[in-house]
Design a protein around this ligand. Structure first.
Ligand code: GLU
Length: 499
């Protein structure tokens, strides 16, 4: 659903609680909010819902901000960005919630409740015993004379503040952009607590006070909050604030249909970043879990997301996290990089991270890294894959380890020794300054015919000698990267193993 009233600019918020890391479900919620704001020339707000003092930490807040930055979800208002509707941490807004609750009490839209936990439990149990279908708050304190209630508060009696759901409220219909109209039976709405006895607001209250004060037009969040929404609608009504459009998006589940958890592998954005996924690919993949600009595309750029995202095409069905598809999308993004980009953004940083290169003093020239990029890129799904592929280039000839399976299959076979001898002779003919993939292949190509052996039997022993295993890019590129001297040295070293 696009913004229906162009006179009201779109304002959306992502409001994580810093009680843990940013998980994939939260990340997708953030992406949808961001994309919706961008597609509607709206404002994307980041608000930190840190009112749970026991579980919220500054460290988690920083982790969430870092994850948001890595995802490339720039926020227009919020921590660090500032804005006219701050502060953007709920713990810095406690006075606002207190004032709002107080105002509702004064207006007769909320009231003080002095029931003790024990009294509440007894009342609930009595409702159970008489098979009352309503087991919520029995409105015990609703009709206490306001002057008397105030006197008890002033005398220091503990209290909570409850919303007064209007007698004639009727069913609450939530017009959800994803789920359609969802009807909540009025009978199930009790006079719920908006302010606790310890002086803190409840989630349903603080969220609405903030969303109203921040002028939020669309609340896009996980559908675990759909059941909270009728209560929030009642709070909007009590505050006299317009009810925003809600869009409750589905949960992300594992392949087994269960809630995504550690059992399924990585769950936090950080873990995916560290595993070597590209931000663009990760955002692309998550965005398309439950939304698509059309039925076809699996690759949708950030720019397209930011211009075409619409709530109309968001699915209400649970989304299933499919690691193989994520890998596929990641590989697509990697393969779309130019050799120069791949060398600069992927290869070198990964080699530095693995301790094989020093950022300040690269061991090779730019052309070499671009050749390596060209060789390794097609075989790279996750950025760190390049380290395994390049390791043979960062190993001393005498330290190269041979994969025993590759030795058995190719090197110790009869004829492998002849292949190595012939290869060495042919390669020796290539002048050092002409040591390029094409020249190497031209030198090696005639050997199978000359030796009367199959191609694999000739080239695989050379490959095992050079890289230690049987998988590598084309033999020309593989040996060009290694250089002439190392290639010859390794062939010599492998000869005693050859059959
Ligand atoms: N802090 C809440 C959460 O993380 C926000 C929910 C909402 O968007 O209203 O679940």
């Amino acid at each position: 659903m696009s913004n229906t009233n162009p006179a009201t600019p779109v304002r959306v918020r992502f409001a994580p609680s810093p009680t843990g890391k940013l998980h994939v479900g939260g990340a997708r919620t953030a992406i949808y909010n961001w994309a919706f704001a961008r597609a509607n020339n709206g404002t994307f707000i980041l608000r930190i819902d840190d009112t749970d003092p026991t579980r919220s930490t500054e460290e988690n807040t920083q982790i969430i901000l870092r994850a948001m930055r890595w995802l490339g979800l720039d926020w227009d208002e919020g921590p660090e960005a500032g804005g006219d509707f701050g502060p953007y941490f709920q713990t810095q807004r406690l006075d606002l919630y207190r004032e709002a609750a107080q105002r509702l009490v004064e207006q007769g839209r909320a009231y003080y409740c002095f029931c003790t936990p024990q009294q509440l439990e007894e009342a609930r149990q009595a409702a159970v015993d008489r098979h009352d279908s309503f087991q919520g708050y029995q409105r015990t304190c609703r009709n206490i004379d306001p002057a008397e209630a105030q006197a008890r508060v002033d005398a220091g009696e503990p209290y909570t503040i409850r919303i007064k759901v209007p007698e004639d409220r009727g069913d609450v219909v939530v017009h959800d952009a994803v789920h359609g109209d969802v009807i909540f039976n009025a009978k199930e709405l009790d006079d719920f607590i908006i302010f606790r006895s310890d002086g803190t607001p409840t989630y349903n209250f603080a969220t609405v006070v903030d969303d109203a004060a921040m002028g939020i037009t669309h609340v896009i969040r996980g559908d675990d909050h759909l059941s909270n929404t009728p209560r929030q609608v009642v709070v909007y009504e009590a505050l006299g604030a317009p009810v925003p459009t809600f869009a409750h998006i589905s949960m992300i589940l594992g392949a087994d249909g269960k809630k995504l958890s550690k059992r399924h592998g990585a769950t936090s954005v950080e873990e995916y970043r560290d595993a070597g996924y590209l931000s663009d690919a990760f955002v692309n993949y998550l965005a398309l879990l439950g939304w698509a600009p059309d039925g076809e595309s699996t690759i949708v750029s950030r720019q397209r997301l930011a211009s075409e995202f619409s709530l109309d095409h968001v699915s209400k069905n649970p989304a299933i996290m499919d690691p193989a598809k994520l890998d596929y999308v990641n590989a697509e993004y990697l393969h779309a990089l130019s050799n120069e980009e791949f060398a600069r953004e992927i290869l070198l940083p990964e080699l530095v991270r693995a301790g094989l290169e020093d950022e300040a003093a690269p061991l090779h020239d730019a052309a070499w890294y671009e050749l390596a990029a060209e060789a390794f890129k097609p075989r790279t799904t996750l950025s760190p894959d390049v380290v395994g592929q390049a390791r043979y280039l960062y190993t001393a000839d005498e330290d190269l380890e041979y994969d025993p399976k590759a030795v058995k299959r190719w090197l110790s076979k009869q004829g492998a020794g002849d292949a190595l001898d012939a290869a060495e002779q042919a390669l020796q003919q290539i002048p050092k300054d002409q040591w390029h993939a094409a020249a190497i292949e031209a030198a090696l190509d005639p050997l199978p015919a000359e030796l009367g052996m199959g191609k694999g039997k000739v080239f695989q022993p050379i490959r095992v000698a050079a890289v230690g295993g049987s998988a590598s890019p084309g033999i020309g590129e593989t040996l060009e990267l290694l250089g002439k001297e190392h290639t010859i040295a390794r062939i010599d070293r492998a000869k005693p193993l050859a059959g």
